[in-house]
Design a protein around this ligand. Sequence first.
Ligand code: CA
Length: 220
Amino acid sequence: MRILLVEDDALLGDGIRAGLKLAGYAVDWLRDGEQGYLALTTEPYAACVLDLGLPRRNGIHLLRDLRAHGNHTPVLILTARDTVADKIAGLDAGADDYLIKPFDLNELQARLRALLRRASHTGAACLHHRGVSLDPAARQVTLHDHAINLSGKEYALLHDFLSHPNAIRPRDELEQGLYAWGEETASNTIEVYIHHLRKKLGASFIETVRGLGYRLGHDT
Ligand code: CA
């Protein structure tokens, strides 16, 4: 899951990025509203964590413009402005949730999970498919109730598949969701991770749809 963080406070931004990375997200961090808007309109993000007081374009304007252009990326706003009027303005501008600074990183992560759950096509807290269960809160995967060990990227890829249970996922979409800017990628990494997932979860767990991409295997 790839997340965009737009925050101009260096210390806070660094802490949030580190925490979200540790939780397994691919995180891009930008420090002004103009760059944030450009990134949101050109890259596919699962969600955005958005500060309101930002240089070049403030968070409320960014959000209004984004929604006006039909972009529905889930947005959680961070704000030090704790007046009721500011909260209402943020929500009316199109935010899905908000947190008031200072906040607990664990709460930010729980709210992000809730946001992603609502945005996903399943809406369920735990994701299930053919004996495999994935619990995003615990970051745990089981196959027929036995714990399965997955690397960070394998986990992220499985999460992506389970969040789109009936969709064919093109290779480049899978890749874009897996890597933040500046992360090293080899040309065949998606194939390698899918190979690993098939070894761990069963050869038919992920199907290749020739010329189009991959999808979860379905019983025929
Ligand atoms: Ca700020």
